[in-house]
Design a protein around this ligand. Sequence first.
Ligand code: FMN
Length: 145
Amino acid sequence: MAKALIVYATRTGETERIAELIAEGLRISGVETDMVKAGDVKKAAELEPYDALLFGAPTYHGDMIQGMKTFLFLAENANLAGKAGGAFGAFGWSGEAPDRIYDTMKHIFKMNMVGQALRLKSSTLGGGVQMAQEYGKSIAAMLKK
Ligand SMILES: Cc1cc2nc3c(=O)[nH]c(=O)nc-3n(C[C@H](O)[C@H](O)[C@H](O)COP(=O)(O)O)c2cc1C
């Protein structure tokens, strides 16, 4: 069975909620999915057993939250080239973090990224629940190709 890992940072829990919904979408599609907080990943090697990896962080002061920055420097030491990838995050008005994470995964880690990053104002607003679940399903679809 294909395996996915969702790594997220959050301050008030909104990005964690999005991560849970993405995980639901993956699991519904038959992908075994683990979730971990960015600060709990201690070694780059922990990332390598997975076929797909999704990284998520909210935007504060126009940037990704610090925990995700630290995690991305750690992830740089893993061999993630060619693995399926996605990026997501909660935001209030500008939402820079998901696109920056996405670009790092694409250009530095050389991952096979899903169409675009998922930015949600809130999992509960504007169809957020469905969008997050669909995001998980679209990553699962990449693993079946
Ligand atoms: C001090 C502060 C600064 C923020 N800065 C931004 C920002 O620059 N751009 C933005 O889109 N949202 C900003 N937000 C909104 C958060 O991104 C939003 O509340 C998000 O849902 C938080 O996600 P979290 O619960 O995962 O931490 C800010 C919120 C606070 C409290």
